[in-house]
Design a protein around this ligand. Structure first.
Ligand SMILES: [Zn+2]
Ligand SMILES: [Zn+2]
Ligand SMILES: [Zn+2]
Length: 360
């Protein structure tokens, strides 16, 4: 959960991922990295809508996909929707009005896909004097860092005056996770085993822990099995207008054996999927960002045979090892943690980050 204040010390007048009254009154340009609730604080409040509606030159900036999700999420909030300006991936020029003056700051804002959820992006802000990276929630494979062209100049990592970092999993307990592709392959292996065991008659229900965030799995599973994924009407409406997803989902449960329709919870004696008429076998897969310990050893997969439940380690945030690699790769002059991890304090995280920066 992001606890970031929204204020970037180096750039006055902008607010990122926070739309609370303090941000609204002292800023003129608002940025949204992705549509998770902890990054949208205040956005749907009457006070923010009224404030932004009254300022002709104040806007909210986000990626095109996030703008579409916002439209679907906040259909009634016309004053906010009217103020959304989409930025394309790569560099954009944003003119930030300076409060109580006729001047504006020319800010170059580069959007970089963050590998977290649909539409999520990082912001690289350049004022001409300062270069700041706000990561938002993100997950990159360290072997891919060098491939992100917008974070390099002449093949060298960009020099950053500050990095505002997603520290959700900066704790020893979250040192490593399987990569997203490793997790996907673990899920596919379980589905294949189950389908074989049930002579291709069993249905698979995959848990969807949040409204937004399972899109990578939906798209990959639909592609792999050439079947759409059954989702609830709410979910279907949320993805309205996003072609890459709408082609992978259905409201018709009869079309598929893949479900994320949230109609089922595993339990003893529970064998039926409410959205399917016939008696069927159900495998319930729960992706979650943890490893499972059995007899002191840690595994990415844990099976509960009696109730056909399989838990699989799957994270949409970077592990601690990945975060350390990211900080060491860019060696920013300063790092601001944006999330207090579970069972840690911001001071501990800051101390550890500073030690990484000193060690190089
Ligand atoms: Zn978050
Ligand atoms: Zn998020
Ligand atoms: Zn279903």
């Amino acid at each position: 959960m992001s606890q970031f204040s929204g204020f970037v010390d180096e750039i006055k007048g902008i607010a990122v991922d926070s739309f609370l009254p303090d941000n609204a009154s002292s800023c003129t340009a608002y940025f949204l990295s992705h549509c998770h609730a902890d990054h949208m604080r205040g956005l749907n409040e009457v006070s923010f809508s009224a404030h932004i509606a009254s300022k002709a030159d104040h806007f909210i900036y986000c990626s095109e996909v996030s703008a579409q999700i916002l439209k679907n999420l906040m259909r009634d909030n016309e004053s906010v929707l009217a103020k959304i300006q989409t930025l394309t991936l790569g560099p954009n020029l944003v003119q930030v009005p300076i409060l109580d003056s006729d001047y504006q700051l020319d800010l170059v804002v580069t959007l970089i896909p963050a590998g977290h959820c649909l539409g999520s992006c990082m912001f690289l802000f350049e004022t001409g004097e300062k270069t700041i990276l706000y990561t938002g929630d993100f997950r990159f494979n360290p072997s891919d860092y060098s491939k992100i062209s917008f974070l390099h100049t002449n093949g060298e990592p960009r020099e950053l005056d500050a990095m505002y970092l997603d520290t959700t999993f900066w704790t020893q307990a979250n040192q490593h996770f399987p990569s997203r592709h490793e997790s996907l392959n673990l899920i596919i292996t379980e589905i294949d085993k189950f389908r074989k065991r049930t002579a291709d008659r069993g249905h698979v229900h995959i848990d969807k822990p949040a409204k937004i965030g399972s899109e990578f799995l939906i798209m990959e599973l639909a592609k792999r099995y050439r079947k759409k994924v059954h989702v609830s009407s709410d979910c279907f409406n949320l993805y309205d207008g996003i072609q890459e997803l709408t082609s992978c989902i259905t409201r018709e449960s009869g079309e598929t054996f893949l479900h994320m329709c949230q109609s089922y919870r595993p339990g003893k004696g529970r064998r039926r999927l409410p959205c399917v008429q016939d008696y069927i076998h159900v495998l319930y897969i729960r992706p979650s960002a943890q490893w499972y310990s059995v007899g002191g050893e840690f595994f990415p997969v844990r099976e509960h045979k009696g109730i056909n439940l399989v838990q699989i380690s799957h994270s949409m945030h970077s592990s601690r090892a990945e975060l350390i690699a990211f900080v060491k790769y860019f060696k920013p002059k300063k790092v601001v943690p944006c999330v207090v991890p579970v069972n840690a304090t911001m001071e501990q995280v800051q101390e550890e980050i500073d030690a990484v920066l000193v060690d190089g």
